[in-house]
Design a protein around this ligand. Structure first.
Ligand code: Z2T
Length: 799
């Protein structure tokens, strides 16, 4: 049947067939799953575009203040399902796709997962974009259109293997190329004084080309733009070389230019320190600021109004070069006096800090900065001298020991600096920025992270979402604090049964998927205990696996003791250069192999490490989780956001008083949270004991036996010494205090077991976690940024 032959059909079905025919150029009889997914995506995109234009017009019409979110990372995941949910068109689309004879879920799962980020920082940026649209705040995200996002992970013999990720290999239906928004970005060259003005003549230039993705908010009321820059050569082909027959050399300029947006650096909390990385940072920051000023100029006359009409958020220090670049644009290019340029830039810029790990704070060698960005290096030195002059004897240097401290630069150039949880913000004031905080006591503010409830409850957990809506109506989806109304219904035994049934069905779904995708069978009646996040010593996946080993030994010693069946599920990637983290992955996989093959213990304890953890896998795991592992060394996890997603979906947390765990526990109630471990000040004190690990091991025979089992090769009989680096570290420096927190973790986990053995009690606690997690919506976070940092207001009609 051809498009032309058919008669009237429902609108969505018609739109899908129209796009299949005229956009994809395929006949329904020969269309592949991919063709259908494209056709549906284009049909959905059409509807978003209507809302997009209306929003753009409304923002211009109101002369509204714009918010710009500059981020090296946007961990978006899939877009189709989310867009359908936000447009309230998911049921309609399902019906249309099924009427065309297709499996709707298969079509959705055909979409690649856009992983233009490492972890929490990038996923937070994606949640913020969705909330900015939901709240009708005129905003734009700016980032890099990486050709290759975060690497794909697989395991070979238990070891992590990395492969390039290729999300752009297929046509990407969500973006619009903007050939009219192309800016040159310069590097290198020299600076000369001409008629009293400093003029930078770059030695090379690349083009930044805009690619726009509309981001639709809840109910399609408002749509903002994510603008990602791709790098291209100014002259794509060196004709002279081409004419000499040097075809490879002729394409070299294009290859070199494109390398800037080729690949996402896979390091999460440690800076890459590579020249290409600094180029990426300047590339997207310069293009974004150029674009922002161009838009400002088209709407407003006087550049002095910039801070009234523009608020720029720097997501960590990655775009910190925005400070000197904005000063350069205002002072060098527009002729404002230096002081005024600095003040205007500072009134416009804000900076979010995402980590306290000292090794994570970006520093660039002065000679590299001076070579790549000579004018910026001069401006940084002048900003530094200026700041020092204003605070004689007390100032904190931006440039010291031959390096530019990007955190200090960001702080000095920001109107507001924010932490991402209450505890983290206090620690920011007391540690990294203590001296700057003393000079600028009003600058640091807190904005505790949040997550979008559309993706992280309503879309990924339709069963629980439906139960909540059945009890309190559906207003909670756009106003998550209304989840508190759910609590009054929890006394209803029928409702509790429904909640337990939904969790159980989610666990069956996950088990079926794990069996099909990985050939591992899980028992949906066992407790699903989940730790999913980047692999890092401070996040302490090794504490979790040590507890698994100790538990295995305890079950073996007394199999009949009434153990609570548990499946420990791990997911997460290690930075390719982080050798210790990769060892932890290997250890977990080796332990899993031995434990799962043990006929005595495996009915009670299994361990699985699912490869290639990403947003899509999180959407499968979180609704099926009973227990959320949030076990970082106190003071090290700035906030965490997975912790919020789990609580919202009715998983109980076993966790330390770290990051936003503190606030989660305050909200859900201490009696509904399994707390263990030292507090942040106790951690600092404990580290002062030179033999803290040895003391802890001597005091806990379970810990001692678990370490000995690893050392004796119980999990690596082919290579008993394989994990000596791990056990040696734990017995020695143990900087993250795995040993010192072990006994209390074990105690808390046995409390978890006891609670799980009482299903009524467990379901009540889980449901209270859901009902009391409304505060963790990223809508609340964005309202906070709008009020306390940006001075931005929503715009009608979305308002
Ligand atoms: C990251 O995901 C985070 C911090 C970073 O510091 C870098 C990356 Cl890629 C430079 C995380 C924090 O570890 C986490 O606690 C927090 O919830 C998240 O950022 C969002 O704020």
């Amino acid at each position: 049947m051809t498009y032309q032959e058919t008669q009237a059909r429902p609108e969505m079905q018609d739109a899908i067939l129209r796009h299949l025919t005229y956009t994809i150029g395929k006949d329904a009889d020969h269309a592949t799953l991919h063709d259908w997914r494209m056709a549906l995506s284009f049909a959905v995109r059409d509807r978003i575009v209507d809302s997009w234009f209306a929003s753009t017009r409304a923002a211009y019409g109101a002369g509204a203040k714009r918010v710009y979110y500059l981020s090296m990372e946007f961990l978006i995941g899939r877009l189709l399902g989310d867009a359908l949910v936000n447009l309230r068109a998911d049921a309609e689309a399902r019906a249309a796709v099924e009427a065309l004879g297709l499996d709707f879920d298969k079509v959705l799962h055909d979409e690649p997962d856009a992983a233009l980020g490492n972890g929490g920082l990038g996923r937070l940026a994606a949640c913020f974009l969705e909330s900015l649209s939901t709240l009708a705040c005129p905003a734009m995200g700016y980032g890099i259109r990486y050709e290759h996002g975060l690497f794909r992970q697989s395991f070979e013999g238990g070891r992590q293997v990395e492969e390039a990720e290729t999300w752009l290999q297929q046509r990407h239906p969500w973006e619009f190329e903007r050939p009219e928004a192309i800016y040159p970005v310069g590097f290198g060259g020299h600076v000369a004084e001409r008629e009293g003005k400093m003029v930078w003549t770059p030695g090379e230039a690349v083009l930044a080309e805009a690619h726009d993705t509309p981001v639709v908010g809840w109910e399609g009321r408002w749509t903002n733009t994510l603008r990602l820059w791709g790098a291209r050569a100014v002259d794509p082909l060196d004709l002279q070389r081409f004419n000499y027959g040097d075809y490879l050399g002729a394409a070299a300029p294009e290859m070199l230019a494109r390398s800037i947006s080729r690949v996402l650096y896979p390091d999460d909390t440690t800076p890459a320190g590579k020249e290409l990385r600094l180029k990426q940072e300047y590339f997207f920051t310069a293009a974004s600021l150029h674009d922002i000023l161009r838009r400002f100029d088209s709407e407003h006359g006087d550049i002095r109004a910039l801070p009234d009409k523009v608020a720029i958020q720097l997501n960590d220090t990655h775009p910190a070069i925005a400070g000197p670049e904005l000063v350069r644009l205002l002072h060098d290019e527009r002729g404002l006096p230096f002081d005024e340029a600095v003040d205007l830039a500072r009134a416009t810029l804000n900076y979010t800090n995402h980590t306290l790990l000292p090794e994570a704070l970006e520093k660039w060698p002065v000679d590299l900065m001076g070579r790549l960005l000579p004018r910026h290096m001069m401006l940084i030195e002048r900003i530094d001298a200026d700041h020092a002059a204003r605070h004689p004897g007390r100032s904190v240097p931006i440039v010291a020991e031959g390096e530019v401290n990007m955190g200090t630069l960001s702080f000095v150039m920001a109107n507001r600096v924010n932490g991402v949880s209450a505890l983290h913000t206090e620690l920011v004031k007391e540690t990294v920025f203590a001296d700057l905080h003393a000079l600028h006591p009003a600058r640091i503010v807190n904005q505790t992270n949040g997550v979008t409830p559309r993706r992280w409850l309503h879309a990924c957990n339709p069963r629980l979402s439906g139960i909540i809506t059945g009890a309190i109506g559906e207003a909670w989806v756009g106003d998550l604090e209304r989840l508190s109304e759910f609590e009054a219904h929890l006394g209803d035994a029928g409702l509790q049964e429904e909640i337990a049934g939904a969790k159980r069905a989610n666990k069956v779904d996950l088990s079926n998927w794990v069996a099909a995708a990985h050939g591992v069978s899980l028992d949906p009646d066992a407790m699903f205990d989940v730790q999913i996040k980047r692999i890092h010593e401070y996040k302490r996946q090794h504490l979790n696996i040590l507890e698994a080993i100790a538990l295995w030994q305890a079950i073996r010693a007394n199999p009949g003791a009434g153990w609570t069946p548990r499946v420990k599920i791990f997911g997460g990637k290690a930075a390719p250069g982080y050798v210790f983290a990769k060892k932890i992955i290997h250890l977990i996989n080796d332990v899993a192999r031995v434990l799962n093959a043990d006929p005595v213990t495996s009915p009670y304890l299994k361990v699985v490490f699912l490869p290639n953890y990403n947003v899509t896998l999180a959407e499968r795991l979180i609704p099926a989780a009973d227990l959320s592992e949030q076990i970082s060394t106190a003071g090290k996890e700035a906030s965490g956001t997975g912790n919020m997603k789990f609580a919202l979906n009715g998983a109980l947390t076993v966790g330390t008083l770290d990051g936003a765990n503190v606030e989660i526990r305050d909200h859900v109630g201490a009696e509904n949270f399994f707390l263990f471990g030292m507090t942040a000040p106790e951690v600092v004190a404990r580290r002062g004991l030179h033999d803290h690990a040895a003391q802890a091991i001597a005091a806990d025979p379970r810990l001692a036996a678990a370490l000995e089992a690893i050392e004796q090769g119980a999990f690596s009989s082919d290579d008993p010494g394989r994990f000596h680096d791990i056990t040696g570290n734990l017995r020695g420096p143990d900087y993250f205090l795995v040993c010192s927190d072990f006994s209390d973790y074990w105690r808390a986990q046995r409390g978890v077991d006891a609670a799980y053995r009482d299903p009524g009690r467990w379901t009540r606690m889980a449901a209270l976690n859901t009902a009391r997690s409304g505060w963790f919506s990223s809508d609340r976070t964005i309202r906070g940024y709008m009020a306390d940092i940006w001075g931005a207001a929503p715009v009608g009609p979305g308002a």
